[in-house]
Design a protein around this ligand. Structure first.
Ligand code: ATR
Length: 303
């Protein structure tokens, strides 16, 4: 295949598949809203790689059969999204340290005949912070939410050696359970937990250098809601992150920006978790700018 002469027109690029094309893709249920196909196909086109990335709608009860299909068909790499991240691990041959700790994988690499599971969500988030000049080391972090995404981010923050980690959540028991779970690998970092309201929540938020909202509050189609924490708790000097990317600016991020904090939207983690998977599969440096452009174009196309 020839390198495209006029930029990364990945849609034409995919039309050039031949007998040597390497196949990758994403397993989800549903999967039609995934933004990963345009992002990865743009990356392949940019680097002139004869690779393609395909969405696969995999019913939960078919996950094992689908993974057998990956082996049988020689699919090189698979991303795994909701609801399969936890369930997939029993079908894999090996897990990296992060996927083992989280008991969840979002990336599978077929390497030397083995299926190896990785979790690039947390590392992707850390990379997106670095891209805007922020590190978590030596800083206090507060995670809002206690679901699967919070778990990946909590592990990543502890790996980055934050000074203190707080987990606050609407359902306090879930915040406590997550804090207990990650405390095992926290070393001497203090892991605190609490609810979303009241003076304790206020303190966890005001005292944080980095705040990461991992909840679905403010996500389309319910974007016109109050920020997940009162805007008075946000201030200059903080980095406020939202894993939501639709809309790009949630009510939390708007409030944070207006109060002088730095902000990071959810496209950062999406692009960088994909970039890490891309590099794992191809061995090439991911064309992050092209991936981001494709992602934003796909988001815009959605309206
Ligand atoms: P994910 O895997 O993306 O983390 P999840 O496991 O469904 O998704 O977690 C969603 C998170 O958003 C939870 O922390 C949830 O709080 P609860 O544990 O109390 O359910 C949080 N969340 C969802 N809607 C919320 C709302 N309206 N207000 C506050 N928190 C909310």
């Amino acid at each position: 295949m020839m390198r495209p002469s006029t930029g990364p027109d990945w849609q034409n690029w995919c039309g050039k598949m031949d007998g040597k094309t390497t196949v990758t893709g994403v397993f989800g249920w549903p999967v039609e809203h995934s933004l990963s196909p345009p992002m990865h196909n743009a990356a392949f086109a940019t680097l002139g790689l004869n690779w393609v990335y395909v969405p696969f709608a995999v019913r939960p009860e078919e996950l094992g059969a689908a993974i057998s299909g990956v082996r049988a068909l020689g699919v090189r790499g698979i991303n795994v999204t909701i609801p399969h991240k936890g369930a997939v691990i029993e079908f894999l041959d090996e897990l990296d340290e992060t996927a083992t700790a989280l008991q969840a994988a979002n990336t599978i690499d077929m390497s030397g005949g083995k299926l190896v599971g990785y979790n690039t969500d947390g590392p992707g988030f850390v990379a997106s912070m670095r891209e805007i000049g922020w590190g978590a080391s030596g800083r206090a972090a507060t995670i809002i939410g206690a679901g699967g995404a919070s778990r990946s981010i909590a592990a990543a923050m502890l790996q980055e050696k934050v000074t203190r980690l707080s987990i606050i959540n609407r359902t306090v028991a879930k915040a406590e359970a997550l804090a207990e779970l990650v405390s095992a690998g926290a070393g001497d970092v203090e892991v605190l937990w609490g609810g979303l309201t009241g003076s304790e929540a206020e303190q966890h938020t005001r005292d944080a250098d980095i705040i990461i909202d991992c909840t679905s509050v403010g996500m389309y189609p319910h974007e016109a809601v109050a920020p997940v924490v009162p805007e008075e708790w946000l201030h200059e000097g903080q980095l406020v992150c939202d894993l939501t990317y639709n809309p790009l600016e949630t009510t939390l991020l708007r409030a944070a920006r207006e109060r002088g904090a730095e902000v990071l939207d959810g496209t950062g983690m999406l692009v960088h978790q994909g970039a890490i998977a891309f590099e794992q599969w191809t061995g090439e440096t991911a064309p992050v700018a092209a991936m981001r452009r494709a992602l934003l174009a796909a988001l815009q196309g959605r309206g």
